[in-house]
Write a protein that binds this ligand. Structure first.
Ligand SMILES: [Zn+2]
Length: 120
């Protein structure tokens, strides 16, 4: 993907016919709605590497032929990312609990002031 340009498939060059939306993230979010795949290969390249593909075949081809990432490495990273997603899901109730506590403290400060005295 190139900045300020309509994304094309990074493997075969097929045009997405999608307008640039101001950032890679925003453009990437829209890519999925036009049948494209938005990826960032930062885990493999060590730098911001936004990519767009017209199909999963083109994606696989790019990762193996351009980035030259061995199949075993792809599987390993996928496994790690699956674990990360799972632990985020598990911790959502805990995160929500902490946010509720923060919101309660803010509410108390609003009602009684920072020193515990009632606000006028
Ligand atoms: Zn393609």
């Amino acid at each position: 993907m190139k900045i300020n340009q309509s994304p094309v498939c990074d493997t075969c060059g097929k045009e997405s016919r999608l307008e640039w939306k101001g950032s890679f993230g925003s453009t990437g979010a829209y890519l999925n709605t036009v049948g494209f795949i938005y990826k960032n290969a930062v885990l493999y390249t060590g730098e911001n590497t936004p990519l767009s593909f017209c199909s999963s075949e083109c994606q696989v081809k790019y990762y193996s032929e351009v980035l030259k990432i061995p199949e075993a490495k792809l599987k390993q990273v996928k496994g790690i990312m699956d674990d990360v997603r799972e632990s985020i899901k598990k911790d959502i109730p805990k995160i929500t609990e902490h946010l509720n506590q923060v919101s309660k403290v803010i509410k108390e400060i609003k009602e009684r002031g920072i020193n515990g005295k009632k606000q006028k």
